[in-house]
Design a protein around this ligand. Sequence first.
Ligand code: GBH
Length: 479
Amino acid sequence: MGQESKFIFPSDFTWGTATAAFQVEGAAHEDGRTDSIWDTYCARPGVVVDGSNGDVACDQYHRYPQDIALMKQMGVGAYRMSISWSRIFPMAGGPVNQAGLDHYLRVLDMLRDNEIRPIVTLYHWDLPQYLQDAGGWPSRDTALRFGDYASALAASFGDRVDTWTTLNEPWCAAYLGYGNGVHAPGIKDYDQALAAVHHLNLAHGLACQAIRAQAGQDARLSVTLNLQVTRAASDSPEDLAAKERADLFANEVFLTPMLEGAYPEGVSQAARGDTDWRFVQDGDLETIHQPIDVLGLNYYATTYVKARRADDGSADAAVGPEGQLVDRHANAMPAQEGVEGQAPQGELTGMGWNQEPQGLTDLLVELGRRYPDIELMVTENGSAWDDQVSQDPDAPGGKIVHDPKRVAYLEEHVRAVAKAIQVGARVTGYFAWSLLDNFEWALGYTKRFGLIRVDYDTQERIWKDSGRRYSRIVQANAI
Ligand code: GBH
């Protein structure tokens, strides 16, 4: 499709924006909420680059009416938000916290009154700290508790939720949380990371069952995966094998059990050095393999890999080329000894990620062919840049952010979605990450992904050109 030619999206296409509870809510100690693993992690010196935390964030816990009004103004038809687990169950084995439920009921009702459909994620990385104290995701019990949590939400929210999303990016929860430890709870142990993978998968299945039992068989269910579009650096058999190995642990280890009911051939063998896969019990794969309506995909960039040769000076080896000890867990994923990442090429975003919209088209087309019955939604896509505020007497509040690079990234990726639809992929929605600048995990408030800027001193919301551009795309339903 040429840049000039206009593409009109299907009339029922969903346009939305996305956020996550810990990244925007703040009010960390209000209405009975207790700590999540991210509160604990942020309190550890040196792990979050600016020493920040989620205590205030964008204060959306109090400012949600304003943020909903902004979405209304933007014209989006859906809001992808997440629920903070420790607001709902603040204590181990404790009762459900009505004040926590009431907050989300108010948010959901206001969304409904504004004709914005809630796409609700149950787990966007903020595990209650008491569950981590009891073992966290490497422990089977966490998956069972997730089923209870899903059941309580479905019983209270019922038909107020348009689409339920069990997990956001279990890849990050397992591998960044327990593999290389750059996310909470900051553990570096591939055995634990693999056990976390299985228990996150199990949690997904248990939550699907619980939601259907409480909210009805026609509840719309989904999961969001950050499937990595992995490209081999060359066509050499070694580089292709490296790509296969990366794919296996990045993607197949979630996708295949959830959608096909089995772990892919080779996973347990490849992982044997790290674990004996003993945590998989009879019946688990049937539980994990629940019918879902929507597969959510978060897409930002592509990953290039090549085979690691013995003389490469392996970042994964316990001993480096000069005999020094190096971090075996530099790679987030287990069983990647033969795999090496290749530095991204071209103009990188503020995160240091490459820009390859074609990767999004390829991903959607490939998944559409593999799972023709499932709806695909792009549940996150966006870019971080160093934004500057400009004065503009005509803008609300007299301020505007000119962010041409984010505008270009947005347009190119919306076109990439259009391209996939044109060749037959069943893509039914697109959610821009993010509505607002927010807490970017280990990078604190130093990276801004918002279509709307947040001034963290005043909590003022300032429109960016990208927010205005997105609004025009949404209202035209076309690019
Ligand atoms: C999403 O994570 C999150 O869901 C969201 O909360 C976050 O704010 C947003 O993206 C922006 O970061 O080079 O091996 O690290 C995306 C996380 C980013 C994880 C790309 C994988 C590349 C693989 N993903 N990353 S690696």
